[in-house]
Ligand binder design. Structure first.
Ligand code: SF4
Length: 313
């Protein structure tokens, strides 16, 4: 087992160089309804289901160092060319190189949302990091929890179980600092009981966090073989070509407050910690909704490998 905070320091020495950071590609991605994406290198966790495992474990074999201006210029160019209103740093863990990340954010104009996808470990460990992010009104933080409890977290990541609390602490710190944020939870390995317990823990931090985004396993590349070698079994999964459209989020629409006779499933909390009273009008994204008669079959029976079961959420 390892300490992810100590690992973050060690990996940062390989992927951060002053204000420069290693990246391996820049692309237009379909997620969030279309988003300019920079894929960074290096991570402080080692999730067995990671879709960019090679880059996370061997960042020295890929990419090159970029300055914050080079990264921001590429993201802005992709967004403008494609007509996107959102940019992100994805791939591995964006928070490892703090000076670089904050500078990139500073260079992204306010009319583009900056989605920070993070495992939250460093934002939990360093409260002032969360405060730094809260200074930017165009930043939205998505903290991805690796499992629903300490034991699952450790089983999936190989990290010390107590480090799971850094993930939860990230949400506490972000909420306290007034940053826009929500939790995403990898539920494919979790029992309904553990998920219900996590929902209660999130609600204890902030009631709005209980409405978390459901993340599910996608079997990219050699993920299945890696899970099998680690003897980790999963409950739900999708092939890359069959990711449900509701997991390829749509952009916000002004109609998101008009839910009418619809059922909202917990895809994306879309919470804005700064304007709790204005939640519906400040959502950067619209949650996935269906009318009751149109709930997708895989949401009712989402266990493609076995007998049907209810959604773990
Ligand atoms: S936190 Fe994300 S990038 Fe890091 S190992 Fe886990 S899934 Fe991969």
């Amino acid at each position: 087992m390892y300490d992810p905070v100590a690992k973050a320091v060690a990996v940062a020495q390989r992927v951060c160089d002053g204000e420069r950071r290693k990246y391996h590609r820049f692309r237009a991605a379909r997620f969030y309804g279309g988003i300019a994406t920079a894929d960074c290198l290096g991570c402080c966790l080692s999730c067995a289901f990671c879709w960019s495992w090679r880059q996370a474990t061997h960042p020295e074999h890929y990419g090159r160092f970029y300055t914050p201006a080079e990264v921001a210029d590429r993201l802005i160019a992709i967004a403008r060319r494609k007509g996107y209103t959102q940019v992100r740093i994805s791939g591995n863990e964006p928070t490892l190189c703090r000076a670089h990340l904050l500078k990139v954010i500073e260079l992204i104009p306010g009319d583009l949302h900056f989605i920070l996808e993070t495992n939250g470990i460093l934002l939990g460990y360093h409260p002032d990091y969360a405060e730094d992010l809260a200074r930017f009104p165009h930043v939205y933080v998505r903290v991805s929890l690796k499992g629903a409890c300490e034991a699952e977290f450790s089983h999936l990541t190989g990290a010390a179980p107590e480090a799971f609390d850094w993930q939860l602490q990230a949400l506490r710190n972000l909420s306290k600092a007034g940053a826009s944020c929500h939790a995403a939870v990898m539920v494919s390995f979790s029992s309904g009981e553990h998920i219900a317990a996590l929902r209660r823990r999130l609600a204890d931090i902030d009631t709005r966090l209980a409405d978390f985004e459901v993340e599910e396993l996608v079997l990219y590349g050699d993920t299945e073989a890696r899970l099998s070698r680690a003897r980790i079994t999963y409950r739900t999964t999708y092939a890359p070509a069959n990711i449900p459209t509701e997991q390829i989020w749509r952009q916000a629409a002004p109609t998101c407050r008009d839910r009418g006779n619809t059922v909202e499933l917990s895809r994306h909390a879309g919470m804005d910690c700064r304007h709790p009273g204005d939640r519906d009008v400040t959502l950067p994204f619209i949650p996935s909704v269906w009318v009751p008669a149109q709930i997708r079959p895989e949401r009712i029976c989402i266990h493609p490998k076995g007998v049907g079961q209810d959604s773990p959420a």
